[in-house]
Ligand binder design. Sequence first.
Ligand SMILES: C[S@@+](CC[C@H](N)C(=O)[O-])C[C@H]1O[C@@H](n2cnc3c(N)ncnc32)[C@H](O)[C@@H]1O
Length: 310
Amino acid sequence: MQDYSRKIAERLWNQPDKGELESRREKTYMDDIIQKSHIERRLREILDGIETVFDGGAGSGRFSILLAKLGCRVTHFDLSRPMIEKAQALAAEAGVSDRIEFVQGALEELDAYADRSFDLVMSVDAPISYTYPRQERVIGNLVRLAKKRVLFSVASRLGALPYLCNPIQKNQFILDESCGDPFVRWCVDHRDEMIGSFAFDAERLRRVYQTGLLGGEEEMRAYDRGETPWCITYGFRPEELAGILGRLGVRNIRMAGPGAYGRTLPREILVKIMNDPQQKADFLDFCYAFDAEPSVCGLGKDNLLMDGEI
Ligand SMILES: C[S@@+](CC[C@H](N)C(=O)[O-])C[C@H]1O[C@@H](n2cnc3c(N)ncnc32)[C@H](O)[C@@H]1O
């Protein structure tokens, strides 16, 4: 399973169009707008005294470029060449290429970096969860690199359960159905078919609830057939991740579940809010407060966010 997990992640994230697709997320999907807004606000709050940042699984640069713009020196580390190339192009457009070092590599292999090399070590939007079954060792190594702070978002076990029962999950968050994005088109065109072929699978839900493991044998067989399945992913419980961080010496841990409030609203209402700048700003403010309530932590957009001090 260990080798498959890594091989599947490599094939998925190295698809040539992956960087381009990922970089458009906030223009296309409202859950991504909410998630980005939440993480950006939290980063701005904890940035005092942070000069150097390691962003592990930094993708197309959503946060590495933002942090470089805010004056940090950033190591943008990622498994995927297409993601790095997209991030390099966006960093050049933003005029911050000289503040970012781009490194292609795997989170499972961080031995080249010395202890406490970066003021802030972050890994956002689940890269840690794709390193199953080595996720705890990866977290240990990331914490080892941090001098002052860590900030991680991983796949959330509890947040994944409603999604597993909802094959049209992404439709709720499409901002503009006529925008021309190929995946938006696919979601709209296949909506009825996805509902038609859906059947409630209590056994599958119970299995994920108990083990946290999303994917397995089916994904390994698909990989062997030459297909590109979604990564084998480990979903954490909030107290589990907090426990791991606590045992590694991380203090003042703060948790959140970005997207918990947004997922309770229907698409029509979300679109109205997003299309009115004042309502959008007020809504994102409110989500930031609500989604940081410990009792909803983990229920957001399959993301469990946690940060703390070393
Ligand atoms: C969902 S994207 C998130 C990107 C970015 N952190 C963000 O929030 O926009 C996941 C990223 O993790 C990277 N990734 C997946 N497995 C990885 C691994 N084992 N080591 C390093 N990067 C990995 C992928 O290439 C991809 O760019």
